[in-house]
Design a protein around this ligand. Structure first.
Ligand SMILES: [Mg+2]
Length: 198
């Protein structure tokens, strides 16, 4: 399969690092669980959008972001099993170089730049499956959808929208194996039906 994999809060823990920096700087005690809206500003009343989002473009920030437990091992197994893995991220252009160097290539050195897609409209990409924490990257996409659970997407009825909600990379691996088996089972069926048409 061709597997698209988001970066922020899918293979790394952006929100945890972000909240930590904002709390230190502004004397707050917000936890990741308090961020129940996609707009992080809502968890920081009194702060301007630029104060909250500006952190992401500051030098040194991406080096403070930790990888998600199990993500690197799972991606390596996907590749070993013959899947094509593409990192697809809507990263702002200002932080692309630092984020690649200090985060992606540091913790996921088996991913090359040739397997990175910078895109805000992930629905434009053709693939078998997208693994992502953002509901807006799923809706309308022509791929199977694995939604990584997060406090800001918990109110969303994933099942009703044909998405599979997961809570760990262990679960993601199980879903990928299931989807791959489904796809493999479809192939001979298609061949048989073509023979019938002839
Ligand atoms: Mg994300």
């Amino acid at each position: 399969m061709t597997i698209l994999v988001d970066m922020d809060d899918t293979i790394e823990c952006l929100l945890a690092a972000w909240v930590k920096v904002l709390n230190e700087r502004y004397g707050r005690s917000v936890t990741t669980e308090d961020v129940t809206d996609w707009d992080v500003t809502k968890a920081y009343p009194g702060l301007a959008k630029e104060q909250v989002y500006g952190v992401l473009n500051e030098e040194g920030f991406w080096g403070r972001v930790d990888p998600m437990p199990g993500a690197a091992e799972a991606l390596q197994r996907f590749i070993a099993n013959g899947h094509e893995v593409y990192i697809v991220t809507a990263t702002a252009y200002e932080s692309v170089a630092e984020k690649m160097r200090d985060l992606l290539f540091r913790w996921f050195p088996f991913i090359g730049w040739g397997n990175v897609i910078i895109a805000a409209r992930k629905q434009m990409i053709r693939a078998d499956v997208l693994i992502d924490d953002a509901v807006h990257n799923m809706i309308g996409g022509q791929y199977a959808k694995i939604l990584v659970d997060a406090p800001y997407n918990r109110g969303f009825d994933a099942a009703a929208e044909g998405m599979i909600r997961v809570y760990s990379w262990e679960e993601i691996e199980k879903e990928i194996d299931r989807l791959a088996a489904e796809k493999a089972a479809e192939r001979p069926k298609r061949r048989r039906s073509r023979r019938k048409d002839r």
